[in-house]
Design a protein around this ligand. Structure first.
Ligand code: DGL
Length: 265
């Protein structure tokens, strides 16, 4: 048993979609969330910058004595996960592996769509991981750079969001599932569902990752088995953002404002 918190990291509000799933899966775990709002968006940055920022985020979380780290960001997972995994001696997981494992087991899901940021699509992180694990997969993919900034603004259910999603989903008419390869995108799930239709499985990577993390903690005997619900602290690198509004709507938890602190990194 280990009561230390789990560290989570994203460029902004996106990782909260993962936090929400983790809370459902492992409600007793304490969480420290870091949103690098000062440097958002990550999706348009170079691989070198993403590696540098991910190391900064990981080191901040390590300074808070976390027992495991979740890179709750597709852009950082696809370009910096290997780098930080090799550098630090603590379990660090990203959003790609658990979803790939899920797809491997579900043989009806072979026509796979992926939407993500420019950086993630350019890195081919999803494409090569899926292809090497599932050789008969047919993958279609598209970068959707407008969605993460719209999510930070809270524009996830209005007419602009609908038209943007509609435009980005052109070309995904013949798929079995659609991976939301950026953690901001589950915020658009309602509109995505309406546009893509009822037959396509929409994959929220946070759901798959939370199960993987639970297994790792069990295996390493690091679960928090205390009876009460886990606590959550949120650190932002810049506090003048719309974060609070989006976080309150998504997490539906009281007292979020009091949980937000400034991270001076
Ligand atoms: N939520 C992030 C991702 O999963 C980053 C979006 C961004 O900062 O551009 O890719």
């Amino acid at each position: 048993m280990d009561t230390r918190p789990i560290g989570m990291f994203d460029s902004g509000v996106g990782g909260l979609t993962v936090l929400k799933e983790l809370r459902k899966q492992s409600p007793n775990e304490n969480i420290i969330y870091l949103g690098d709002t000062k440097r958002f968006p990550y999706g348009s940055k170079s691989k070198e910058s993403i590696i540098e920022l991910t190391k900064k985020g990981v080191e901040f979380l390590l300074s808070k004595n976390v027992k495991a780290i979740v890179i709750a960001c597709g852009t950082a997972t696809s370009q910096a996960l290997e780098e930080v995994k090799n550098k630090y001696d603590i379990p660090i997981i990203g959003i790609i592996d658990s979803t790939t494992e899920y797809l491997k087991r579900h043989k009806k899901l072979r026509k796979i769509g992926v939407i993500a940021t420019n950086g993630t699509i350019r890195s081919k992180g999803w494409q090569s991981k899926i292809q090497s694990n599932i050789p008969d997969a047919i993958i279609s993919y598209k970068a959707c750079p407008l969605l993460a900034p719209m999510a930070e603004e809270g524009w996830t259910e209005n007419e602009v969001a609908r038209l943007t999603v509609k435009e980005y989903l052109k070309g995904f008419e013949d798929i079995d599932c659609l991976i939301l390869g950026c953690t901001h995108y589950p915020l658009f799930k309602k509109i995505i569902r309406e546009e893509i239709g009822p037959k396509v499985e929409i994959i929220n990577t946070g759901e798959k990752l939370s199960k993987e993390l639970e297994e790792i903690l069990k295996r390493e005997q690091k679960e928090n088995r205390e009876a009460e619900l886990g606590d959550c602290e949120i650190y932002l690198t810049d506090t003048e953002t719309n974060f609070l509004h989006v976080a309150s709507k998504l997490l539906k938890e009281k007292g979020i404002k009091e949980k937000i602190k400034k991270a001076n990194i």
